[in-house]
Design a protein around this ligand. Structure first.
Ligand SMILES: Nc1ncnc2c1ncn2[C@@H]1O[C@H](COP(=O)(O)OP(=O)(O)OP(=O)(O)O)[C@@H](O)[C@H]1O
Ligand SMILES: [Mg+2]
Length: 277
């Protein structure tokens, strides 16, 4: 396990493997909202086919990081690289073109449309207007094939999405994001508010996409058990910085909890020292 808190701003050392395998990396990402500094120089890397978990307290900056990498918000400083090429995202469409997709908490599905219609819905538009370019039988067939390929089972491809469970809806949103050849998928709390059975559905889907389709993923989750099941590697974000970079195989829930507490105490001490200075 590597803690990086002693060297803020330094590139986290590679946990293992070949540096050539890095599909996404960031250097020194900072973001401020008025007086709040959300990110203070985030250096991160993601390998091809890897599932990287982000963990950290509420307000640590995890969602802000994801929003920047997916082109939804722009960093104040810092650089983003996709396959070692620097990229400059001004919109979600820019990030999509670079093969980066995300599934937001509200999923952006249209509840009144069927499973297959949602899979084909043009994401820039809401409404039925742009569904006409493929015949419905063809859409149904392609949707059925794709869901079968990625082992997502829904009761009925003709069911309206509003009739599906939260887990099934999340699976459809992930399927839609990956259907168009996403190389990198970012999931912000995909298991929030899901029961054990629903979570298993998504955990299996994430594992399948990474292992069998080579999709690289960043997953935010507050639940260590989920993260240990899902991820190859974990980064802890604390107060807008990556403080721990570790392979899941090199740590445990207990180790990580201890580390988080130790880092929290260190920050409290630093804060107190600053106040006394
Ligand atoms: N649009 C915004 N305007 C102002 N402040 C913001 C905005 N977005 C985020 N912040 C602030 O930036 C900090 C980081 O927020 P962020 O949502 O990234 O945290 P998080 O790690 O995702 O937390 P959580 O685990 O609760 O989802 C917080 O202090 C938050 O209040
Ligand atoms: Mg968040």
């Amino acid at each position: 396990m590597t803690t990086t808190s002693d060297s803020p701003g330094a590139t986290p050392p590679a946990a293992d493997g070949d540096a050539e395998d890095i599909i996404l990396s960031t250097e020194g990402i900072t973001k401020r909202f008025g007086a709040v500094v959300a990110l203070r120089g985030v250096d991160m890397h993601l390998r091809r086919g890897e599932v990287l978990g982000l963990v950290g307290d509420n307000g640590a900056g995890k969602s802000t990081f994801v929003k920047i990498v997916t082109g939804f918000q722009r960093q104040d400083a810092g650089r983003i690289f996709v396959e070692r090429e620097e990229v400059n995202f001004h919109s979600v469409t820019d990030a999509r073109r670079a093969g980066i997709e995300t599934v937001y908490q509200d999923l952006a599905l249209v509840p009144q449309l069927t499973v297959y219609e949602n899979l084909f819905l043009n994401r820039e538009l809401t409404g039925l207007g742009r569904l006409g370019w493929l015949s419905r039988p063809k859409m149904r067939r392609l949707a059925t094939e794709y869901l079968h390929d990625i082992r997502v089972s829904v009761p009925d491809i003709d069911a309206e999405v509003e009739l599906l469970s939260g887990g099934q809806r999340q699976a459809i949103a992930v399927a839609r994001a990956t259907r168009q050849n996403a190389k990198i998928l970012l999931l912000d709390e995909p298991l929030a508010a899901m029961g054990a059975k629903e979570s298993t559905l998504i955990i299996d889907l994430v594992k399948d996409l990474s292992k069998n389709r080579g999709v690289s993923m960043i997953v935010i989750d507050h639940n260590y058990t989920h993260l240990f099941e899902l991820c190859d590697r974990l980064n802890v974000i604390q107060q807008g910085r990556v403080t721990v970079d570790t392979r899941v195989a090199d740590t445990s829930v207990e180790d990580l909890t201890e580390l988080m507490v130790a880092e929290y105490r260190r920050q409290v001490r630093e804060g107190q020292a600053l106040l006394q200075a």
